[in-house]
Design a protein around this ligand. Structure first.
Ligand SMILES: [Zn+2]
Length: 247
């Protein structure tokens, strides 16, 4: 988060030295009680609640770059272009979508729409949409642990995922990864599930073949993963990861 903010601020400062900007708004759109400034780019269509053209131009540069990076990983084949709504007044969005205070972004993966607080990290919400449409195949099963985990793992922030997970596992009572994975009632605190999921999905990415990892993205429940990796190997990986977490 800090890294992204710094990047944006730095980019804004640099841009301030230039007499012109690269990208101009391509129109406006009235929806959700907001008149949005629209910037159409190669990867995404951006909708800005704010009116700062220079900031919006730089913001879209950073996100186009992020999209390129993640596209290489996930090969998303989407039914339509990703539409990215950038809120400067996130409170208004929270009321509209009825989201809890700690949520800074929302992904509607099937229709390829994200709504984000302007200072949300680069990768989290677009990863939700890209993993949903990875290889053009929609998921069969869903697990919050895997789904949020991969979005945290690829949020493109500079935070050390393992360190964040270790801190969370120390602060909150965590007995095992499978407790989080099987938490279908979503009772685990987000302060625990997100960072541990992020580190786990980073670990799985580093220890899977492409086809295994993509199969996991499409089939997210624990028994699915046992089929994909083989029961013994999967539980060996979980035990190894838990050891690294200090469980
Ligand atoms: Zn998420």
């Amino acid at each position: 988060m800090k890294y992204t903010l710094l990047l944006i601020v730095f980019a804004l400062l640099v841009a301030g030295c230039r007499p012109e900007i690269d990208m101009y708004p391509t129109g406006t759109l009235d929806t959700l009680g907001v008149q949005w400034m629209v910037i159409e780019r190669d990867n995404m269509t951006y909708y800005y609640q704010g009116t700062g053209v220079k900031g919006a131009s730089i913001y879209s540069d950073l996100h186009e770059e992020a999209y390129d990076k993640l596209e290489t990983v996930f090969n998303p084949i989407m039914p339509n272009k990703l539409r990215y709504f950038v809120w400067t007044d996130w409170k208004q969005a929270q009321q509209m979508f009825n989201t809890p205070e700690w949520v800074w972004g929302l992904a509607f993966s099937k229709p390829c729409i994200c709504h984000v607080r302007a200072d949300m990290n680069l990768g989290h919400e677009m990863t939700h949409v890209m993993t949903y449409w990875a290889d053009g195949v929609e998921p069969n099963t869903y697990s919050r642990f895997i789904n949020e985990g991969v979005a945290v793992a690829f949020d493109l922030s500079d935070r050390d995922k393992m360190e964040e997970a270790e801190n969370a596992a120390t602060t909150y009572q965590l007995n095992s990864i499978t407790d989080l994975w099987l938490d279908s009632m979503e009772t685990a605190p987000h302060e625990l599930l997100y960072p541990v999921g992020g580190a786990f999905m980073e670990y799985m990415y580093n220890n899977s073949t492409r086809s295994e990892y993509f199969a996991l993205l499409k089939n997210q429940e624990l028994p699915d993963a046992e089929t994909i990796y083989g029961k013994e190997r999967l539980h060996g990986m979980i035990a190894d990861f838990e050891g690294r977490l200090g469980l």
